[in-house]
Design a protein around this ligand. Sequence first.
Ligand code: F0G
Length: 497
Amino acid sequence: MLLEDFPSDIRDYLEPKPQGHPVYECLSCSKQFPTDRLFYTCPSCGGLMMIEDPDFQRLRAKPGSFWRRLFDYRLLYNRQATRGVFTFHEFIAPSLPLEDLVYLGEAHSPVVAAPAELAKEVGASFYFKMDGQNPSASFKDRGMAAALSFLKHLVRIKNLDTVIAVCASTGDTSAAAALYAASLGGSVKSAVLLPKGRVTPQQLSQPLGAGAAVFELPGVFDDCMRVVERLSDKYPVALLNSKNPWRVLGQESYAYEIAQQFDYRLGDIVLVIPVGNAGNITAILSGLLKFHRAGLVERLPRILAVQSERANPVFLYYNTPINRRTYAPVNVKPSVAQAAMIGDPVSFPRLSKLAADYEKAAGEYSFGVVEVNEQAIMESMLLANRRGLTVCTQGGECLAGLRAGLIKGLVSPLETAVLDSTAHALKFVDFQTAYFEGRLSQEYGIVTNPKLANRPRELSFGNLKVPAVNQPLRPDDEDTFVTAAVGKIAESLGLSS
Ligand code: F0G
């Protein structure tokens, strides 16, 4: 839409002007530091940081209805810098100038309703938000858009020569980090640390394709995380794990989009979120609280976090009575929700603070956690894919979580659930193949249900001449072959003429 065609009260605000002075705030000692450099942990006590906007009041000076209108109109404003997560610039990174904002086509993923037949089978109506439809095929691109915009800003204002951006990953953070770092080019290079054999071949191909230095380490994600933490303590690198609080800001956009996609009416909605390192759920809670505080949404949705019983520290914590809760990491076992296979979530301190704040704002029971087993995760993913919803194993985990929540009475059949398919199904397709071939039982304890298994159907042609590449058949042989193939396919499909 042309600028002159927007309503006059909106026109001046379409292009955000850098404003405010966000600060790093330590979750442990509450000390604040200016955001003129990159911090991951508090220089004073080593605690985890969040970015706070001390002048959040200025956003409240406008009514919620103004922000709703502005963000809805901004979707029609054709300017690269205000696309993606920066549609919500004022709530995400208001101090960053437009020239530094990175956009690779991320965010604004669709919410897709489950077909009625599937909703009936599950026992509640639900949607999937398809975050696999991001440039690197996972939600991580949201956080990277913000983190790399800040890095670009730092490189520009500080005239930095070379920056090495590093992360540990279960596969998706590394794909996104490498992609966004590559888009900056020049002085920004990336290096990623992956647990060998615990990322899918598709995920491994992504940082390799983006030109990152890829290190495969023994152990699991938690081991890689310890290495990258030590590396970033010792050397001047830019850490891109969600310890980096700029990532959290970008990922808040998931919550803002859901508000927008449901016309800012979230009262009867429950968001179902898979939890690994707890960065995503942290960002979603933080984003919802901000929209609530600024009056964009009146009622907050309920949140149902989901973990596999093979990587469940958050579930174990919240399923202990409140006065006896102590956080303890767990040793993970192989899970098909492999991207969330994390025993010691780095963002746990953020999550526990925000979940408490959330319950204060949204009421008792507004935050819950369920655990699900591997069989349910796998079959829920296959079920969704069989109904036109291309979701990843973590999306399957959400559907399994919704079912568990309904059984336990944590979700009412009258609520509408919005499930997070955090990545694209194709990243995890090898689990599907292994399930179909009955190869998941030993390591994952998953038994193949023959009704869900699907394999290519081989047709046998005996001694008949068959075509091959660069060896076409003579016309009469081709005709015999086609007739035979049609007969066999019709028989296999049970067709009768
Ligand atoms: N789903 C996918 C597809 C993920 O890649 C991850 C995390 C999660 C869910 C869990 O989200 O960590 O924010 O609680 N993947 C990280 C990685 C850890 O390295 O790619 P979380």
